[in-house]
Design a binder for this molecule. Structure first.
Ligand code: SR1
Length: 325
C-alpha cells in the first residue's frame, strides 16, 4: 500500500480495509455494482474485502461478524433484510467501524443511505407507460416485497393505480433468487396465459423484465406486449434493441457508478468528513427508440453519451479520484 498523496489519514498511508457485503451477487446489476466498488477502492488504495451474496440473511450476518473480526475500518452493506442486520451492524458501529448502506434501510442516523432515487425511477417509467399506452389498459406487475428499492418503486405503482382508475392490475408475480429471470419467466407464462388481455407489464428490475420477455417470446405474444423496467446493462441493451423486442423502456443508473459512490461514502466517513445521510444517484429514462436512434450497444456507449453514466457528483472530495470509467 502506497497511500494517496494529499489525502487525509488513514488514506495517506493506504491499505485501509473495507468490506463490501452483498445480499445478492448474481445478475448484471450486482456484478457491475461490485466492479464499480472495486475500481473506486483501487483508486483509493483501499484493501477491499468482497463477501459474495447468496440471498442468505444468516450468511450475511455471519459475514458482518467476520468483517468486524478482520479489523475493517468500514463496511458497505449492499441490499439485505433490515430485520436480520440491526444487531450485528450495531456491533460494528460500537467498534468504531463506519457503515454505509445501499438499498437496505438500516434506519440509523449514523449510517448514510445510498439509493437510486427509486421514486423518480418508477415515476419516469410510468410516465413513459402513459405516453405509449394511455391511461386505460390491463397490466401485469412484477414485485417482491421486502427489498427497499422494490418497495419504494411499489409506492409509486400503488399511487399510479389509485390516480388512474382505467389501469387494472390483472396479475402480480415475481421471484428474487439466484435464478430470478428464469423463475420469473415461469410465473409470467402462467400469468400471461391466464390473462391474455394484459398489454403492459411493469417489471422494475432488469432480471424481472428479462423473465417477462422470455415468457412473451415463448408464448408468441411479444408483439402485443410492452415491458417497462428498471436497470440497464450491456446485455439488457441488446435485449431491448433487438428486432421485435417487447422490452420498450428502462430507467437506470450505471450500477458501477453506484458501487463507486458507496465506496466513496465509506471513505469519507472513515476520514471523518461530512457525508449526507441520504445519497442519491439519479436515474435516466432509456427508451428502445432512443437507444436504437443513438446506436447505443453497450454501457460504455451510454457513458460516452450521458454524463451520469460515467460519473456522479455524489460523495466526492478533492482527494478522491472519481474518473474511473
Ligand atoms: C431485488 S432488488 C433489485 C434492485 O436492486 C437495485 O436497486 C437494482 O436497481 C435492482 O432493480
Amino acid at each position: 500500500a502506497d497511500g494517496l498523496s494529499g489525502a487525509p489519514a488513514p488514506f495517506d498511508k493506504g491499505g485501509v480495509k473495507v468490506a463490501l457485503i452483498s445480499y445478492i451477487s448474481a445478475g448484471d446489476f450486482f456484478q457491475a455494482y461490485q466492479a464499480g466498488a472495486e475500481a473506486q477502492a483501487k483508486a483509493l488504495d483501499i484493501d477491499l474485502r468482497v463477501f459474495p451474496g447468496r440471498q442468505d440473511a444468516a450468511e450475511q450476518r455471519e459475514q458482518i461478524l467476520q468483517a468486524i473480526n478482520l479489523g475493517v475500518s468500514g463496511i458497505v452493506i449492499d441490499h439485505g433484510l433490515p430485520e436480520s442486520l440491526g444487531d450485528v451492524v450495531q456491533q460494528a458501529l460500537d467498534k468504531g467501524i463506519k457503515v454505509v448502506a445501499f438499498d437496505v434501510n438500516l434506519n440509523n442516523p449514523k449510517i448514510p443511505q445510498v439509493e437510486q432515487s427509486d421514486h423518480e425511477l418508477a415515476s419516469l417509467a410510468l410516465e413513459q407507460v402513459v405516453k405509449d399506452n394511455g391511461k386505460d389498459f390491463k397490466a401485469g406487475y412484477v414485485y417482491v416485497a421486502g427489498f427497499a428499492p422494490l418497495d419504494r418503486r411499489n409506492e409509486v405503482w400503488d399511487k399510479f393505480k389509485s390516480e388512474n382508475k382505467g389501469v387494472t392490475e390483472k396479475a402480480r408475480f415475481g421471484n428474487v433468487s439466484d435464478t430470478t429471470a428464469t423463475s420469473t419467466a415461469d410465473q409470467a407464462k402462467a400469468a400471461l396465459t391466464a390473462n391474455p388481455d394484459i398489454s403492459v407489464v411493469f417489471a422494475p428490475y432488469d432480471e424481472f423484465a428479462r423473465g417477462v420477455k422470455l415468457a412473451a417470446n415463448d408464448l408468441g405474444i411479444a408483439k402485443k406486449l410492452k415491458i417497462y423496467s428498471a436497470d440497464v446493462s450491456t446485455a439488457d441493451i441488446q435485449e431491448i434493441t433487438e428486432e421485435g423486442s417487447p422490452w420498450v423502456a428502462t430507467v437506470a443508473t450505471n450500477p458501477a457508478v453506484v458501487g463507486a459512490v458507496s465506496i466513496r461514502a465509506a471513505a469519507l466517513e472513515i476520514a471523518g468528513q461530512t457525508v449526507p445521510h441520504q445519497i442519491t444517484v439519479k436515474p435516466t429514462l432509456l427508451t428502445q427508440e432512443s437507444l436504437r436512434a443513438a446506436s447505443v450497444k453497450t454501457i460504455e456507449d451510454l457513458a460516452q453519451k450521458i454524463p451520469a453514466f460515467s460519473t456522479s457528483d455524489a460523495a466526492t472530495a478533492s482527494w478522491i479520484p472519481d474518473k474511473l470509467f
